[in-house]
Design a protein. Structure first.
Length: 97
């Protein structure tokens, strides 16, 4: 699988990339909302791991834009924000988890 990790904390992004690579996947990293949106719009991914708190554009806005562009790649929200407002917002925007 080819997976996009959209995470601005470089150590966490590298940790996720390393784990995915060890599991046999190809993992690309985007460190900002606009970079994540650009990569997801121009490269076919099997899944996207998306942080909510990103520089340049929030993860929820990235997800909404992807869905508006007709990109239906499964998105998993990976975030420290766990309150119901953010969980529901992510699911309503099109995240699968």
């Amino acid at each position: 699988m080819r997976i996009l990790v959209v995470e601005d904390e470089s150590r966490l992004a590298s940790f996720m990339q390393q784990g995915l690579t060890q599991a046999g996947h190809v993992a690309d990293i985007a460190a900002t909302g606009p970079e994540g949106l650009e990569r997801a719009a121009t490269t076919p991914y099997d899944a996207i791991l998306l942080d909510l708190m990103l520089p340049g554009q929030s993860g929820l806005d990235v997800l909404r834009n992807l869905r508006e562009f007709g990109i239906n790649t499964p998105v998993l929200i990976v975030s420290a924000l766990t309150d119901s407002k953010h969980v529901v917002g992510g699911l309503e925007a099109g995240a699968v988890d």
